[in-house]
Ligand binder design. Structure first.
Ligand code: HEC
Length: 276
């Protein structure tokens, strides 16, 4: 549901996309960054499944499960609802930008109604297959942001991160599979995610998406965290500490251990997070 429109739509009296009648839930989303997504796509499914523990057999309170889609394990989207970059980017062109392509040739409707006459003069498809493909490749090759050095305190903070269980979901590194592109083949990607769905508790809960339940979210990658200014799927946290305090559900134990950290260990942990 878009809350901003083109000038021509505004002239036609439409200022935002209305919610359809009878909605039962609303979920707000901030825009994710895209760095390193090509590498996340190249991670093998068996590598993701290695961290899954849907029935919590190891009794650590954390039971990540893969989001199975028709095309394999979902990796992209806050609920891991999309498994590959081609679909993710093709969907973004039509659903976020309203730009039709060969794969998504139909213009979007507004609350089920076609667009009013005259607001969409461009012939469909609005983006050529070649440009769509180029935009997918562009995202595929965006490198993950490199880490910065944070000194001894950051090194100690990384240890705290593991000790209190953050790394059980924010798995520091995943390895990519063999890949025809050498830069993507058998690389370690320090993404700080397991790409699995976790129950994050009632407070964060919003909508279903694919197989994901309202309270389930895919572990947000922490690579590039230092460039973010708002956190969590809807941007409700404005500091990293707030974001951690908002963890519930399977992350409750880890969050509580964070809250009990000494002042020194807490600042080491935050120092570490600022290097990502
Ligand atoms: C049970 C799995 C789990 C554990 C344990 C966990 N997290 Fe998370 N974390 C998540 C998920 C899922 C999200 C995304 C939640 C959302 O978007 O609402 C997230 C989001 C975050 C974010 C916000 C990222 C952003 O860009 O919005 C930060 C920061 C974070 N976690 C740090 C931590 C730290 C530090 C710990 C340890 C104290 C921790 N997490 C423990 C699953 C976990």
């Amino acid at each position: 549901m878009q809350d901003s429109v083109t000038p021509l739509l505004r002239e036609a009296g439409i200022t935002k996309e209305p919610l359809p009648p009878g909605v039962t839930g609303v979920g707000l989303r901030t825009t994710p960054d895209l760095f390193g997504f090509g590498l996340l796509e190249a991670v093998a499914e068996h590598e993701i499944l290695r961290h899954a523990d849907p029935d919590d057999r190891d009794h650590d309170g954390i039971s990540g499960r893969p989001h199975w889609t028709d095309d394999g394990i979902g990796r992209f989207g806050r609920k891991g609802q999309v498994s590959n970059l081609t679909d993710f980017i093709t969907d973004a062109w039509i659903y976020e930008q309203g730009i039709t392509s060969e794969a998504e040739p139909d213009e979007q409707t507004i609350a089920g109604e076609p667009l009013p006459d005259g607001v969409d003069p461009t012939l469909d498809p609005e983006i050529s297959e070649e440009d769509l493909e180029a935009s997918i490749r562009f995202v595929q090759f965006l490198a993950p942001p490199s880490r910065v050095h944070g000194g001894m305190n950051a090194v100690r903070g990384a240890r705290v991160f593991s000790e209190i269980g953050c790394a059980s979901c924010h798995v520091p590194a995943l390895r990519t599979d063999r890949h025809p592109i050498r830069a993507m083949s058998r690389k370690k990607v320090f993404a700080y995610t397991d790409l699995l769905l976790h129950d994050m508790g009632e407070e964060l809960s919003d909508i279903c998406n694919g197989e994901a339940l309202p309270s389930e979210f895919r572990t947000e990658p922490l690579m590039g965290l230092r460039f973010s200014t708002i956190y969590m799927h809807d941007g409700r946290a404005t500091t990293i500490e707030q974001a951690i305090e908002m963890h519930g559900g399977e992350a409750t134990g880890s969050r509580d251990r964070f809250l009990e950290l000494s002042h020194r260990k807490r600042s080491q942990l935050l120092r570490f997070l600022e290097t990502l």
